[in-house]
Design a protein. Structure first.
Lengths: 113, 78, 606, 253
């Protein structure tokens, strides 16, 4: 089970990178970055899991074994923050499109050399 | 419980692969929200309700909405 | 409030002022906004100077939020500041202060957003330099990155490389995600996130596959920010597009923070478990490759800012080689070289800003001979070029000679040769550009066969306002201040000894762990006097200055530089083709880099 | 590099990095291991000492608060960056022109309008609940902020672009965004002045499970909720504007 979860996360990371490498549209590149980031959530929460544990919330019940709350805290803020960073990249893609009339990295050859 | 996690993880990996292989931005917004949903399921299975809630709100809703708007803007300008 | 408790405050205050400026910025006149920015940066300079004074013989340890360890374990985040970290924070604040002084006149109309982003950038960089927690370093790394992407796209200087900021963002974010994977692996193994706590937990363990992989993945993010080969492609693009004052922060200190972060992670957390020769070999190989590629690409550029960006990459390679010796002289020498180089490189970028403002172009061929009218700028540029080669009174000389000594002392006799050649080539290119632009030396070349990216359709910083007839005093003062800073680093008596002591304390990871986790005081250092004014140092620097002059004069006349494409050997054309500006290439090279460093460090297959 | 060469380089890098990851993953502890020292300490500190029912919020806003402050400011800087970049693009279309074109935007079915107005209240209430109970039940500033941020856009579904422009004066939300981030740091500095350490939890902790418990966690949740909600509104507004601009060029052509 361990190898399945973490290898799926590793697969997401590498397939996201593959998406960026072959992408012909800057929006597609930014979306593949989201795929890469989702692999980090899977790994973080995977190492925090405790079999038989429930969510680390004690408002109504007081569970005996709970899952690790620290990794959840690390993931939580990252998910929301990544939305605004992705919005910033999409704004940059819009600007690239305005300047060059295209969003295909292959045609944006202004940075050669 | 680990069976549910295993299935949800494999579905997430498939959803991620689907996002990478759809090349049209409009359709990609849809597959990205599918990936957001699958991730939400995995996080619920991994007993992480807080992260599942924010993942649902962000990757299933806000980001695909922004992508649709940007894709429309770029399509129209061409 | 003890001095230690002030360490997180130096991060919080600029962020608070940035938020305040964003709230009221709309109604404040430009002068007040500039004043508030300058005041905050000056406050940060004062605070970091206070930290330097306080870390003379100890480290400042502060558990944020008051979460001090109970029976040796804590839930909070620790800030551990030694003299090297404090001086980096000082360098960050000083460069932001001078960049803001320069920006008062450089930008015609600027909303409060610019000051907000600069202060957020200051907060992020000082946080990265001072924190002692791995995930906190990642958070400040992202904060630095986001402010940098926004500032890169803030005033699109040149139409051409607009997607440079996107390349910069995608590569840096990917590096950050790889780092988080590494942090997750180490957290799974040790159950800790702090540098000291991880080092304590790994004490005595043998390095298995997970530990080595975690180390490689964690330093990948920092090395991407340090623009070390093969992760360096984004730096030149980002520089070409970012406004000049922002470039001074990129080249002056942001890339250096990457090297500092990687060395800090190794010396505190992994020094005990990873064999030193393996890590030293990996860092040295990467450093040499970076220095050589940087110098070669710098020589081939005709776009001034890309040229300076590749010169920064070359110097980062030199810093990494000096620090990779893992000796007090080496780390101290790298620190002095960083300080000296930051002043000089920032001054050169600000000179580019003046040229761009005046002639709406930063292309060496395009500006041929047009810089004659700027008498003062001519001399500033030429002096900076010579200082880049390691001219004695400047900080670059101190750093270079200490670095060479350290490399020779640890048995790498090719060290001085690399240092001399790389600094000579980079300085020579800068001097060549100076001769061409300010003295009109060499034939006037028609523009169509100039290599490098099409940069003829540049707009000056602000298209619609009339170009400045004369260079405002604030801009020139900023340039001179930076050069004096670099000079001060070289001239301060016994600086070499202080810097070597700081290097020794930086390398003493076990003492860092002991002081961070228990409230013990730092162990005293045995004083050993070190000096950079040795005969070899002077001889080598004279040699590199001479070589630089030869490179400059020779290349102004040779035509093949301007037609680098056809005549240059296929190897050079290959290197140029690799720097393609396509984000897919950069990501492919990032993965190859991760694998390469892992191979160099040696991954045990158990 | 040509596409083929790029794929080759990527293939090499991906295979080797994948191998590195697999080697690392074999060294990981067993999945679902019960060895979580930091987690146990965090739960003990959260519930017993800090009286916070939701241990995740306690880690986020109390134990590792400077992490969240950093994330706050990443969000804040990204919003400012988006505004700066999209402001560059907005100059082409004058404000008035957007107004006139959109008055003619097709009115939604009245039943949809009524449904969205009803749902607007429910969604806003839910968002406020999620933010307010961040320290008790799963949720908090980040999640509630997203819900609140998207609530206003129900108006767009019901009343079209004109309705939403009236409902949200943009400059106000940009200020709210800065207020949320600034408030977080100011509270942290107040903690430094009163309690000596930055972001020290000096507020009364109350009893476990009470609405007024866990000291600063609740207040920080509210500030984060304010910031995330206004960030989502501002970003969506800027991109909606770009979309509205398209409609004008569409009609103008």
């Amino acid at each position: 089970m361990r190898m399945l979860l973490f290898c799926c996360a590793g697969w997401l990371l590498l397939i996201g990178c593959y998406g960026i490498v072959v992408s012909r549209n800057l929006i597609h590149t930014v979306i593949c970055l989201v795929v890469c980031q989702s692999s980090t959530y899977l790994i973080l929460l995977g190492i925090g899991y405790r079999s038989g544990g429930t969510a680390p919330v004690f408002s109504d019940t007081s569970p005996s074994t709970v899952v690790d709350p620290v990794v959840q805290a690390l993931c939580l803020t990252d998910v929301v923050v990544s939305a605004t960073v992705i919005a910033l990249f999409l704004a940059l893609a819009l600007q690239a499109h305005k300047q060059h009339g295209t969003v295909d990295p292959d045609e944006l050859t202004s940075l050669r050399g | 419980m680990t069976a549910v996690i295993a299935v949800a993880t494999v579905l997430t990996a498939l959803a991620g692969t689907a996002v990478v292989f759809t090349h049209h931005p409009k359709r990609q917004a849809l597959t990205l929200s599918m990936l957001g949903l699958m991730l939400t399921l995995v996080f619920v299975a991994l007993q992480a309700p807080d992260v599942a809630l924010s993942e649902l709100g962000i990757n299933a809703l806000v980001v695909p909405m922004v992508i649709l708007l940007v894709a429309e803007k770029i399509r129209a300008r061409r | 409030m003890t001095t230690a408790q002030l360490t997180p405050v130096i991060v919080a205050v600029p962020l608070a002022v940035a938020a305040a400026l964003a709230v009221v910025g709309r109604w404040l006149p430009r002068a007040v906004r500039d004043g508030v920015g300058l005041l905050t940066a000056a406050g940060a300079v004062a605070l970091s100077a206070l930290f330097i004074a306080a870390t003379a013989d100890t480290r400042l340890v502060e558990w944020v939020g008051g979460w001090r360890p109970v029976q040796g374990h804590s839930v909070g985040i620790v800030f551990v500041v030694d003299r090297l970290g404090a001086s980096l924070a000082l360098l960050v604040s000083a460069l932001v202060l001078i960049a803001l002084i320069y920006s008062t006149k450089y930008f015609e109309d600027v909303e409060s957003h610019y000051h907000v982003l600069m202060l957020a950038f200051l907060g992020g960089m000082s946080g990265f330099a001072l924190t002692g927690d791995l995930f906190d370093m990642f958070v400040f790394f992202e904060l630095m990155g986001t402010a940098a992407y926004a500032l890169t796209g803030y005033k699109v200087e040149e139409k051409a490389p607009v997607q440079a900021a996107l390349n910069f963002g995608v590569v840096n974010s990917l590096g950050a995600y790889v780092t988080v994977v590494g942090i997750a692996l180490i957290y799974a193994r040790t159950g800790e996130l702090g540098l000291a706590q991880v080092g304590d937990a790994l004490h005595g363990e043998h390095a298995d596959g997970l530990v080595v992989a975690a180390f490689v993945l964690i330093i990948t993010g920092w090395l991407v920010k340090a623009a070390v080969a093969p992760f360096h492609f984004w730096l030149a693009d980002a520089h070409a597009m970012a406004p000049a004052p922002v470039c001074t922060l990129f080249s002056g200190v942001m890339v250096v923070l990457g090297v500092y972060g990687a060395m800090r992670v190794y010396t505190v957390s992994f020094a005990d478990v990873l064999p030193e020769p393996d890590v030293r070999r990996a860092l040295l190989v990467v450093g040499v490759v970076t220095a050589v590629v940087g110098a070669l690409m710098c020589f081939l550029q005709s776009h001034l800012k890309r040229m300076l960006a590749f010169s920064t990459i070359a110097h980062v390679g030199l810093f990494l080689c000096a620090a990779a010796t893992l000796t007090p002289d080496g780390v101290g020498g790298a620190a002095a070289y960083v300080a000296g180089h930051a002043g000089i490189k920032a001054a050169l970028f600000l000179c580019c800003g003046v040229l761009l403002n005046r002639f709406a172009s930063v292309d060496e061929v395009h500006l041929h001979g047009r810089g004659r009218s700027l008498r003062l700028l001519t001399w500033l540029w030429m002096i900076c070029g010579l200082a880049l080669a390691g001219l004695p009174p400047f900080g670059t000389f101190t750093g270079k000679s200490l670095g060479e000594e350290a490399l020779v002392a640890s048995g790498y006799h090719w060290g001085p040769l690399l240092f001399v050649l790389v600094s000579a080539v980079t300085a020579g290119t800068v001097l060549r550009a100076g001769l061409r632009v300010f003295f009109g030396v060499g034939e006037r070349v028609r523009h169509d066969d100039a290599p490098g990216p099409e940069s003829e359709n540049e707009e000056p910083e602000t298209e619609h306002e009339t170009r400045l007839a004369h260079t405002p005093i604030q801009m020139t003062a900023a340039i001179i201040m930076l050069m004096l800073g670099s000079l001060a680093v070289g001239v301060v008596p016994a600086l070499a000894t202080h810097v070597a002591e700081a290097g020794a304390r930086f390398l003493d990871g076990a003492d860092y762990i002991r002081q961070a986790l228990t409230s013990a005081s730092a162990s005293p250092l045995e004083p050993e006097s070190v000096t950079s004014w040795t005969e070899e140092g002077l001889l080598l620097s004279a040699l590199s200055v001479l070589l630089a002059a030869i490179v400059a004069v020779a290349s102004t006349h040779a035509r093949q530089v301007t037609r680098g494409r056809e005549i240059a050997p296929s190897f050079v054309r290959g290197i140029r083709a690799v720097h393609s500006g396509h984000v897919g290439d950069y990501v492919a090279w990032l993965l190859v880099g991760v694998a390469g460093i892992a191979a160099l460090v040696g991954v045990p297959l158990t | 590099m040509s596409r083929r060469l790029r794929l080759a380089v990527f293939g090499l890098g991906a295979v080797l990095t994948g191998a590195l990851l697999v080697i690392a993953f074999t060294g990981l502890p067993e999945f679902g291991t019960s060895h979580h020292p930091y987690g146990d300490r965090a739960v003990h500190t959260a519930v017993d000492e800090q009286k916070t029912s939701n241990a995740v919020s306690s880690v986020n806003f109390d134990q590792r608060a400077i992490d969240t402050m950093g994330e706050e400011f990443i969000l804040f800087t990204a919003v400012i960056g988006t505004l700066v970049l999209l402001r560059e693009l907005r100059r082409e279309v004058e404000e008035g022109e957007v107004e006139t074109e959109l008055r003619r935007s097709p009115r939604g079915l009245s039943s949809t309008a009524y449904l969205t107005y009803a749902m607007l209240g429910v969604t806003t209430l839910t968002g406020l609940y999620v933010v307010a109970h961040g320290h008790l039940s799963p949720g908090g500033g980040f999640q509630g902020g997203v819900v609140l941020g998207t609530a206003i856009h129900l108006l767009y579904v019901g009343g079209g672009y004109r309705a939403i422009r009236k409902a949200r004066p943009l400059h106000l939300y940009e200020i709210f965004d800065a207020l949320g981030a600034g408030g977080f740091v100011v509270l942290g500095l107040a903690g430094a002045i009163v309690g000596g350490d930055l972001l020290a939890n000096v507020l009364p902790l109350g009893a476990l499970g009470d609405i007024l418990s866990a000291g600063q966690v609740e207040l920080l949740n509210a500030l984060v909720g304010l910031e995330v909600a206004s960030a989502v509104i501002v970003i969506l507004a800027r991109f909606l504007e770009q979309y509205a601009e398209v409609r004008i060029q569409g009609t103008a052509r």
